[in-house]
Ligand binder design. Structure first.
Ligand SMILES: [Fe+2]
Ligand SMILES: [Fe+2]
Length: 451
């Protein structure tokens, strides 16, 4: 089975399951979901007697083939089943539509305490078996947050060398830049969750370089969600990475001034857009988009920003995407003059009525893309415990899956506890609820260590 087909099979299973949980069994959406999954499974079972779907960690494996990580809904789905003790679902030839319907209703019924395999048997489902996988600890160097972290740190290091080259008047090495962009393009497609979590680390000792990489990552994630891929996705990445390169000519006392700039200083600061465009036009192999974005990224939708007096102009789509990524990352980062802001606060600033800085449609999409409590965010729960967001709920952004790290006094607990904040207890209430995002540095916890 090729990977596309395997992904399609799992997507249909997840969609059908979601339908069963949201609607009554006779609802057309539920019926359609059952049909769609049955068709895909039956097709597969024609060429092989069994299909084995496994859930290892956050990954879904179909007949031994690991599906690309990345979509939050797949991760949520995999974790959900695993948390309920299911690591393996085997479908066998002869599987009927009625069995699929029963399988989904059994999965969808969270109230029952009878073990899932027993309930399946009681419903006469014979062509589906549920089980646990026995495998050696999977240690895949290429997968997960550790691998993403390596790509990310290498990107920050390379960004620093590009910066230094431009500062010395040399041409930034296009091959090095390409390496960063290739790494980010891979992550943005295969493991967006980890990449987005990494951009949320708040550091200011090397802000300049992390900002370059974060803006590239955040812009590429937006572009990817607009179905931009391949060479164009990379061009967007280049342009985003280099948007502020003109700042190599901004004197450090202006660049790092903790207080408000005087009007003269602001005038100097404003030059970085034109200087950036000059540098990038001279850099070999730089896509034509890069100087455009450097030139435009402070212009705003109504051209009320800078450079001033440039006549009428339509901003490039990439510029609009980069402006969103740029301001979002700047507000979120800790700077010498202020703490990084929480996501919710940034969102209200950026989304203010009539804010001319952003294209509001793209901004709305960005907000949806980032989720309310993105994976890797440190959050406070209603009982005052601190937790890290480990997965987003496929449909309810207010109720992610979290790993609880501290007790209500703030003391670290020895064995962090996973909690699905969407789950209700026997009285029908939510025992856990996320109240707000917390700045990891204010409590000195690195949430990514717990992913
Ligand atoms: Fe800028
Ligand atoms: Fe910037």
């Amino acid at each position: 089975m090729d990977q596309k087909k395997a992904e399609e099979l799992i997507r249909r299973l997840a969609a059908a399951l979601r339908g069963t949980e949201l609607y009554s069994p006779s609802h057309p959406l539920v019926q359609r979901g059952i049909d769609a999954f049955t068709t895909a499974a039956t097709e597969r079972l024609q060429s092989s007697p069994h299909v084995v779907i496994g859930f290892i960690g956050d990954e879904v494996v179909v007949d031994g083939m690991r599906l690309p990580r990345g979509t939050a809904s797949l991760i949520g789905f995999a974790r959900d089943l695993r948390d309920r003790g299911i690591e393996k679902v085997t479908l066998s030839r002869g599987l009927s539509r009625a069995e699929v319907g029963n399988l989904l209703s059994v999965f969808g019924d969270r109230a029952s305490h009878v073990p899932l395999p027993d309930r399946l048997a009681a419903k006469g489902v014979r062509n589906v078996t549920l089980g646990r996988i026995v495998v050696d600890e999977v240690s895949d160097e290429q997968a997960g947050i550790a691998a993403a972290r390596r790509v990310y740190s290498a990107a920050v290091e390379t960004a620093e060398s590009l910066w230094n080259a431009a500062k010395a008047g040399d041409q930034p090495d296009p091959a090095a830049a390409r390496k960063i962009i290739d790494g980010l393009a891979r992550l943005v497609t295969q493991d967006r969750t980890s990449l987005m979590a990494l951009t949320a680390l708040k550091k200011y000792d090397n802000y300049t370089f992390t900002h370059m990489v974060n803006v590239a990552a955040l812009a590429m994630a937006q572009a990817r969600s607009l179905n931009i891929e391949g060479p164009l996705l990379r061009e967007f990445g280049f342009a985003a990475l280099m948007h502020d390169i003109g700042k190599v000519h901004t004197p450090l006392d202006v660049l790092n001034k903790p207080d408000k700039l005087t009007s003269d200083e602001f005038k100097i600061m404003k030059r970085h857009v034109v200087e950036g465009a000059h540098i990038l036009r001279r850099t070999p192999e730089m896509p034509a988009l890069a100087p455009i974005v450097a030139f435009e990224h402070h212009l705003k939708q109504d051209l009320s920003g800078y450079p001033e007096n440039i006549g009428s102009r339509r901003l490039n789509l990439c510029t609009m995407i980069v402006s969103i990524a740029d301001v979002f990352d700047a507000l979120r980062s800790n700077r010498p003059y202020r703490q990084g802001l929480a996501t919710a606060r940034i969102r209200s600033i950026m989304g203010e009525q009539g804010n001319p800085a952003f294209n509001q449609i793209l901004l709305k999409r960005f907000v949806n893309l980032m989720g309310l409590f993105p994976v890797g965010n440190l959050v406070r729960l209603s009982g005052d415990e601190l937790a890290v967001v480990t997965a987003e709920h496929p449909t309810d952004p207010f109720r992610p899956q979290v790993k609880i790290l501290t007790d209500r006094t703030g003391a670290m607990i020895e064995e962090p506890v996973l909690a699905n904040t969407w789950e209700r207890d026997s009285r029908g209430e939510h025992p856990y609820a996320v109240v707000e995002a917390v700045d990891p540095e204010s409590v000195d916890i690195d949430p990514l260590k717990f992913l």
